[in-house]
Design a protein around this ligand. Structure first.
Ligand SMILES: Nc1nc2c(ncn2[C@@H]2O[C@H](COP(=O)(O)OP(=O)(O)O)[C@@H](O)[C@H]2O)c(=O)[nH]1
Ligand SMILES: [Mg+2]
Length: 210
């Protein structure tokens, strides 16, 4: 017997700067929770919306990109998560990347505003940072001002965690250490979205907050 808990599905939002691996994480994490297809729900500007269904493979091909701002509006993946005998629906929401500066493109600005609204409404916030970029003197600034803002803003949520992503890259070990110093007291889980590693700890975290 399996009980599927009814009620408002928990909203788990994946946020962070551009190119940190939010989309790849959302897809691979959903797949590791048993999602066989990825149903994306998108809202259009007229208040309506539509659904697109992909295989996890097709979704990765279509949606993961090394060029920034491929994800222009929040997209929801509905998955079921098991906590003992009870299953509960969780919506994993992938969001457009946040930048430290106001972008001149209106569609990018709108995407960022939408991402912040989603954070505001979410029960759980999974905040991704690219650990391989932390402490490097690059234009990417990891963590950037927007990461500090996100941490301040999300701290009062029922569930907030920082996911140090791209741990499969060699620079990431040092980056993780720096990240722990920069965000003292925050819960940080090292993961690799690419290799689906560290996901057990993320699952346990999500389960605890169902
Ligand atoms: N090496 C490595 N690359 C990753 C990882 N996660 C994402 N990437 C790569 O980072 C780029 C951006 O990924 P994407 O999911 O589109 O980032 P988003 O802009 O935050 O949604 C892509 O080229 C991904 O293949 C990871 O864990 N390890
Ligand atoms: Mg994306």
């Amino acid at each position: 017997m399996t009980v599927v808990k009814e009620g408002k599905p928990r909203r788990c939002v994946v946020v962070g700067k551009t190119n940190v691996g939010k989309t790849l994480f959302a897809l691979n994490f959903a797949e590791s929770l048993g999602a066989e297809s990825v149903v994306l729900r998108r809202e259009d500007s007229g208040g309506g919306g539509y659904r697109i269904s992909y295989s996890p493979e097709g979704a990765r091909r279509e949606l993961v990109s090394s060029e920034p701002h491929r994800t222009l509006s929040p997209q929801a993946i509905v998955v079921e998560i098991r906590a003992g005998k009870v299953r509960r629906e969780v919506t994993v929401v992938d969001t457009p990347g946040l930048g430290d500066h106001i972008d001149e493109r209106p569609e990018v600005r709108q995407g960022m505003a939408a991402a912040l609204r989603v954070v505001y409404d979410a029960d759980l916030v999974l905040h991704l940072v690219d650990a391989s970029q932390v402490g490097k003197a690059t234009a990417k600034e990891a963590p950037g001002e927007v990461d500090y803002q996100l941490a301040r803003f999300s701290r009062f949520k029922p569930g907030y965690v920082i996911l140090a992503n791209k741990m499969d890259l060699s620079a990431s070990e040092a980056g993780l250490k720096t990240l722990r110093q920069l965000f003292p007291g925050e819960y940080i889980i090292p993961i690799s979205a690419l290799r689906s590693s560290g996901f057990d700890e993320v699952k346990a975290f999500v389960r605890r907050h169902l």
